[in-house]
Design a protein around this ligand. Structure first.
Ligand code: GDP
Length: 616
């Protein structure tokens, strides 16, 4: 299915032509009828001689309603540029043509309307003028067909030309992620909210759950219509009306996008290839405030030039645009910028989730170049590079490829050694470059830790995990892999570099030996007055030579094990034990006996019942 959009100056006969072609009056608002002028978008459809049905979006020509024109023209396959033969090229003829060019609409037909008002010579002159303004635009060389809606003269030729061009138009791409940018919403009593728009990128089905991206609301498709015919699904490239259930009408706005839930996150910043039209009134300065229009949405924004100090009329450059209100966009979407109510430029989005870039930074500009022009494989790699580590769904969104295609590209990149996977089911992907950085970060973090705490055998996992600069779940997987590859080692739950050992001086070692001797001399009631430094002490704990049952009660491992065995055996035979019994059993003090029993409670080996302990 295909969509035709009109364009052209106000009063040049767009609506009249659509009515003559289709029998449908696209001016649907009362005000439009009263003023005899299109204000907002109008819709019609037509069956062509080949049997092909096409949708038509009629846009307003008045300069005050350019915003509405922009909302209608996104997603069209063919532009019908209307120029009245008596008035010839006028300001909005040029502005609309500039917009079609910026949106890279490459198929068009010029309808030279009101043929009945001019003679053949004049018609020739106007034709020549139109040909000239098309030069250098995406519509250069489009057929120019003189018509009269009044006499019907030229209409069959126009229809046949539309049919011929659409027969050569490739079908709409289907990435499996349908997007319906809302251009109209209304309530039908008894049915609820209805939204309309031009469906792209995938199919919608009745009963399906959808998401309104900006409103962050979910709803269900109760009904679908195209050209006033009800169906159970809608295909990409069709004007579609969707009846939604489970959402209040106040939550539905032009500019929002209906899609399948969970994948499209609105962008606050976008990297773009930006072109200033030759007719722009002056250079676009760095940080200049503009309005940013893409599909049906618009927002205030600021332009940061990345490779120009400022952009002159007619120039093209890389820019990062910071949007005041987030926009639901994907890579490859086209946009238009306006400034003081004049269209000054536009281009295409190459990154929907970029970092802030340094200006005039060669590697950044190279990265953008690949994102714009590279093969699908190159784009996958670049997108993965800017995302860090991620799953295939997010990557597919970022690169604007179908999930299936992203998988194919990844498989080939893995084979080339460019991409590494993590997780038992290989669900996380990162570029080899990122992986090398992760390895480096882990090594540096451990090295720093080891030199900061020379007496500690290993670093707490958390400490290293937070240094990897990865999402927390992914960093767990990364650490797992680093251990598997023997790049780092695991000691209990902590981590160390292979070959690292705590550095104990001779003097410190003597201190430790003496301390152990003292502990063992009186194993159940050690008489120790000076305890080694905490890090030294922890070393003995890590090595399993001592057990700290509390901050102040420490036993040698062998003594601890004996006490544990005896207490458990006693409990098995007698059922319970008191602190006094423990004290007497080992000829120790109440402090040590109590310390031991509280520790066993904490280990969930025993449970306190009154003055006694029983086994858990
Ligand atoms: P739009 O603003 O471009 O949609 O223009 P309209 O379709 O509203 O037409 C503007 C005016 O031109 C109306 O008064 C129409 O009746 C008139 N008009 C449209 N088409 C023709 C035509 O083929 N011949 C003549 N003579 N007048 C036309």
């Amino acid at each position: 299915m295909f969509v035709i959009g009109t364009a052209g100056h106000v009063d040049h006969g767009k609506s009249t032509l659509i009515k003559a072609l289709t029998g449908i009056d696209p001016d649907r608002l009362r005000e439009e009828k009263d003023r005899g002028m299109t204000i907002d978008l109008g819709f019609a459809w037509l069956e062509l001689p080949s049997g092909r049905e096409v949708s038509i979006v009629d846009v307003p020509g008045h300069e005050r309603f350019i915003k509405n024109m922009l909302a209608g023209v996104g997603g069209i396959d063919l532009a019908l540029l209307v120029v009245a033969a008596d008035e010839a090229v006028m300001p909005q003829t040029k502005e609309h043509l500039a917009i079609l060019d910026l949106l890279r609409i490459r198929r068009g037909i010029v309808a030279l309307t009101k043929k009945d008002l001019v003679d053949a010579d004049w018609q020739e002159l106007v034709s020549a003028e139109v040909e000239e303004i098309l030069q250098g635009t995406s519509l250069e060389g489009s057929p120019i067909i003189p018509v009269s809606a009044y006499t019907q003269d030229g209409l069959p030729e126009l229809v046949s030309s539309i049919d011929t061009i659409l027969a050569q138009t490739p079908p709409r791409k289907d990435t499996g992620r349908p997007r319906l940018p809302i251009d109209r919403s209304f309530i039908i009593p008894g049915f609820g909210s209805v939204i309309t728009g031009t469906l792209t990128d995938g199919q919608l089905n009745v009963g399906q759950e959808i998401e309104l991206v900006l409103a962050q609301k979910r709803a269900r498709i109760r009904g679908l219509q195209s050209h006033k015919k009800t169906g159970d699904h809608a295909l990409p490239g069709t004007r579609t009306a969707v009846n939604l259930s489970g959402i209040s009408h106040e939550e539905v706005h032009r500019g929002d996008v209906v899609t399948i839930p969970g994948w499209l996150r609105p962008s606050q910043v976008v990297d773009v290839r930006l072109r200033l039209i030759p007719d722009a009134p002056k250079a676009l300065k760095h940080n200049a405030p503009i309005t940013f229009h893409t599909s049906t949405s618009e927002t205030l924004a600021r332009v940061r030039h990345l490779d120009h100090i400022e952009l002159q009329p007619g120039e093209t450059g890389w820019a990062q645009i910071k949007l005041q209100n987030a926009a639901p966009v994907v890579r490859g979407d086209f946009f238009v910028i306006r400034w003081s109510d004049v269209t000054v430029g536009g281009g295409n989005i190459v990154d929907t989730n970029p970092k802030r870039h340094r200006r005039f930074h060669a590697p950044t500009l190279q990265h953008l170049e690949v994102l714009e022009h590279g093969s699908e494989k190159d784009v996958t790699l670049e997108a993965l590079n800017s995302l860090g580590a991620t799953n295939v769904q997010r990557l597919a969104q970022h690169a604007n490829l179908s999930v299936e295609n992203a998988r194919i590209q990844l498989a080939s990149l893995i084979q080339d050694g460019e991409v590494v996977t993590l997780g038992t089911n290989n669900t996380v992907f990162l570029t080899n470059t990122t992986w090398l950085q992760v390895i480096d970060r882990a090594k540096v973090a451990l090295d720093t830790y080891h030199s900061q705490y020379p007496l500690r055998q290993a670093a707490p996992r958390e400490e290293i995990r937070s240094r990897l600069m990865l999402e927390s779940q992914i960093s767990t997987l990364a650490l797992q892999r680093l251990v598997e590859k023997n790049i780092i080692e695991e000691v209990n739950a902590s981590l160390k570099l292979p070959g690292h050992n705590s550095k104990v001086s001779e003097e410190q070692q003597q201190q430790l030996d003496q301390y152990l001797k003292l502990l063992e001399a009186n194993p159940f009631a050690p008489q120790v007055t000076t305890v080694p430094d905490i890090d030294l002490l922890n070393l003995l704990v890590e090595e399993g030579k001592i057990v700290k049952v509390s901050e102040t009660v420490i036993f040698a491992r062998s003594a601890y094990q004996q006490m544990l065995d005896h207490v458990i055996t006693h409990l098995r035979t007698h059922g319970s034990i008191t602190v006094a019994q423990v004290r007497d059993m080992f000829g120790t003090s109440r402090k040590y006996a109590l310390g031991l029993m509280e520790h066993l409670d904490q280990r969930h080996l025993t449970r306190r019942v009154g003055d006694e302990r029983i086994l858990r």
